[in-house]
Design a protein around this ligand. Sequence first.
Ligand code: SF4
Length: 435
Amino acid sequence: MLQYFGMEILEVNENGIAAELGIAAGDELLAFDGFSVTDVLDYDYYNSCENFTMRVRSGDEVVDYEIEKYDYEDLGLELSRDIPVRSCRNNCVFCFVDQLPREELRNTLRVKDDDYRHSFIFGNYVTLTNVTDRELERIIRIGLSPLYVSVHTSNGELRSKLLGTCGQKTPIPDIKAQLKKLHGGGIKIHAQIVYCPTFNDDLDETITDIYPYTQSLAVVPVGLTRNCNPLIKKVDKASAQKVIAVVEKWQKKLLAERGTRYVFAADELYLKAEKEIPPYEAYEDFSQIENGIGLIAAFKHDFEFALDKCDGESAGEISIATGESAYPLICECAKKTQEKLGGKIRVYKIRNDFFGESVTVAGLIVGRDIAAQLKGKPLGHALILPRVMLRETCDVFLDGMTLSELERELGVKIKVNQPDGESFVKEIIGVKQNG
Ligand code: SF4
């Protein structure tokens, strides 16, 4: 007989279907339609279905219920929503976690996760190398869509080399076959390629292989800290230009054929290539914005709109600190704001000494670098920092320095804002909005 493991029912809503059936807290939810309940995602899926069987253990008794309901009707069960993260089986040559300094750092940065369920819930990128065929079927059955998949290359041998899995007892699954199966099962996939010059220059071949099965593709440059693998080369101007040329060639072709550009290069690649950032419309639905694709275009667009509408007062003399990547954009926006509202806005570019100079994003700047580089500089009555510099839930930088320690160190009031164009005008500069 098939062994079900199931999940404990924590609570039963008295107005739900389960309560009517006599199911109680402490019972065990074992299966839906004969499939074991692995985590709360099974429950969420079946709770939105109309006809299915549900197996529940109550004491020594196991009961199969035939459920017929409207899709919006609630079964009314409370289960644990924790899904313990599954670690990756890879040892990628460019792994950012392996490159982190030993000093105290945000714990979430050290997690080597590769869990398809977290991809569905949080939009994390996963390699699918630790996913079995049975799990692919589960993804399709309960519709875990969209998923975010790190492809890097469609060449199996090269992928194994990049992911550091050569020599493992079980070879990694064929990514093309996995994508094809998921696509055939109705799962939407947003893919990414972390571009490592001289490793995965086969961009053309990979796009040819995967575009029929994926929704969008992001190409992002490899991130290197001062502890990086010496085998990995930095993305320079020439290699960034080469990547953008391939991306733009495919955008033209696919826009004509599919009505979408499909593949997008990271903002950082345009900055490295010293090429103008594409217009706002070229990012379509901004499906890869969390991956640094279209952030600059969106920021500029929202900034222009908010500045145009504003009827504010001068913010007086203030300063803004940011990373090297965002520096030109913030300078441009600060200048326009100053021209319209008056006052004096100084923008400071913070060099990343903690992770290494080649790390240029604002989100990885630590308190001690800001303190060292701004000490004694004119900062006005407030210093503005983007929220991405701080840990998710508190006012602490990645190196453990608190916001108030930095305020004391610099002798200035610090304001933190969301890193988008509208906040830049509304919150940072403190202007009043019209309507
Ligand atoms: S999948 Fe690769 S890059 Fe991601 S955590 Fe694992 S080893 Fe690091």
